[in-house]
Design a protein around this ligand. Structure first.
Ligand code: SAH
Ligand code: SF4
Ligand code: F3S
Length: 471
């Protein structure tokens, strides 16, 4: 295919939502220097892999993706290949030694310097590493989204780094010290997103409950209150909240703020006090359960999801049974479960009594099978009810081809469950009509990972063939 520009950038994003947001920041920074995104790796003049280091497998995935690019570089020596994100921060110069075809390694605080780094590489034909970390967030660290191509939902990072030092976790080392963005900046970013068509924002931070504390800015609940007042914004979500810092004030926000969705992700990690202590989580099983009870008393329809690590060093079968019993006791609406993995610098890497891989796998399977019933039950509990669904768009092209006549749509409940519904009378050209609307959907079928339903009525403003974002 003939190239029209030599400024095409391809970004491969791995890891968490924060990395998804960072990849958007990378695009925004590079577009200032005239770069345009491409979905085709063969067309790209710069390939960036934005990496994750949370578990060993994630790190291996990053190296194997970049390793495969050696062949492309061999046929196109002008191609710039860069590693960004958490593995880049962790490994620094080591990446250049390990991967001779990589030109640039930039850490988690270097995104605003990326255009300069790239132009230096082009000018001086050198290889560069920038893994400098700053104490606080700089004025150019976050750029607003340029217009065009708006999505219905968006992530907004409100803080960076983490000071919690859970003993298994690499994040404090690769993301640096905790620091918060000024509330005015956050509000401005959200207002701009809303003006571009965004209806739902998810506020991101490793521990949003400590937002603003260090800097003496407004508290997280105060920030939520301000965001709740933004006209045109329909829904607010946030992630992640550390159980030790989940305040009464924040719990009450779930009853006061009408835009705050009834879902909280509250990672528990383990149900055993002995393990929680060695993980340096600084709460007990009982304290966690009390917070769950308080939340459910205040907001009975709140959906609660969590993260759990199995096979932490020294986790006995008895400890694991405690985790299973906590899962039964809470009945989570959803759960992410992980096998423990040693991480560089994290103290638990040096703990003895490692649990065998086979045993970790067994525990993971058992945990997931216990949870699957609760997830299905929580989905089934919605069958027969009518829920407001924020429509994010149509299903994948393949799904829509297979569905025969009509279109399949995808949206979410306020409690963050994915809902599909079909509009038999619509065709491919109508695939924007409902996007961004809140529709009342009768839920009639619960599956393990999603729900199916049908519109109670079609909004009166929908005219076939017209594109309309208002609800
Ligand atoms: N800040 C968030 C978590 C971010 S990391 C919080 O405190 O909840 C996402 C999840 O990855 C963690 O909740 C944990 O369950 C898992 N995780 C982190 N380090 C891990 C490790 N070394 N091995 C396995 N899972 C890990
Ligand atoms: Fe990691 Fe703990 Fe910080 Fe979460 S709170 S990012 S698990 S150190
Ligand atoms: Fe991974 Fe870094 Fe996020 S380690 S989970 S990409 S903060």
């Amino acid at each position: 295919m003939k190239k029209i520009s030599n400024r095409k950038i391809f970004i491969q994003t791995m890891g968490c939502q924060m990395n998804v947001y960072d990849s958007e920041q990378i695009f925004r920074q590079m577009s200032l220097s005239g770069y345009e995104p491409t979905d085709s790796i063969d067309e790209a003049d710069i390939i960036i892999c934005n990496t994750c280091s949370i578990r060993e497998k994630a790190e291996q995935k990053a190296f194997s993706f970049l390793g495969r690019l050696a062949a492309l570089k061999a046929v196109n020596p002008g191609l710039i290949i860069a590693m960004g994100g958490c593995v880049a921060q962790q490994e620094g110069y080591g990446v250049l030694r390990r991967l001779p075809h990589v030109d640039l390694v930039f850490g988690t605080h270097a995104i605003s310097r990326l255009p300069d780094l790239v132009s230096s590489i082009k000018r001086r034909r050198c290889r560069l590493v920038d893994v400098e970390q700053a104490e606080s967030i700089g004025p150019d660290d976050f750029l607003a989204k340029p217009g065009g191509n708006s999505e219905v939902t968006a992530f907004v990072t409100i803080m960076r780094g983490c000071d919690n030092y859970c003993s298994y976790c690499v994040v404090p080392y690769v993301r640096g010290r905790e620091s918060s963005r000024h509330p005015d900046e956050v509000i401005q970013e959200i207002e701009k997103l809303v003006s571009q068509g965004v209806r739902e924002v998810t506020l991101l931070g490793q521990n949003v409950n400590s937002y603003g504390k260090k800097e003496g800015l407004s508290s997280f609940s105060e920030l939520l209150e301000k965001i709740n007042k933004i006209n045109g914004l329909e829904r607010i979500r946030f992630t992640t909240s550390h159980p030790k810092d989940l305040s009464d004030e924040l719990m009450k926000a779930f009853t006061r703020l009408e835009k705050l969705c009834n879902h909280i992700h509250l990672p528990v990690q383990s149900g055993s006090d002995r393990v929680l202590k060695r993980m340096n989580r600084r709460y007990t099983r009982e304290a966690y359960l009390k917070k769950i009870e308080a939340l459910r008393t205040l907001r009975p329809d709140v959906a609660i999801t969590s993260d759990i690590i199995v096979g932490f060093p020294g986790e006995s079968d008895e400890d694991f049974q405690q985790t299973l019993s906590l899962v039964h006791e809470v009945g989570f609406d959803g759960l992410f479960a992980f096998m423990y993995s040693d991480r560089p610098n994290a103290p638990a890497a040096r703990y003895r009594e490692k649990v065998a891989e086979q045993e970790k796998k067994r525990r993971l399977q058992q945990l997931l099978s216990v949870q699957s019933q609760y997830t299905l039950d929580s989905n089934r509990a919605l069958e027969g009810s009518v829920k407001p669904i924020l429509v994010e768009g149509t299903g994948k092209d393949k799904e829509n081809r297979q569905s025969g006549r009509g279109l399949i749509w995808k949206g979410r409940t306020t409690c963050n469950k994915i809902v599909h519904f079909k509009t038999p009378d619509m065709q491919k050209d109508d695939n924007q009509i409902l996007t961004g609307r809140v529709m009342d959907i009768m839920i009639n079928r619960a599956l393990p990972h999603c729900l199916w339903g049908e519109p109670v009525h079609m909004p009166s403003k929908v005219v076939k063939g017209a594109v309309c974002h208002a609800s």
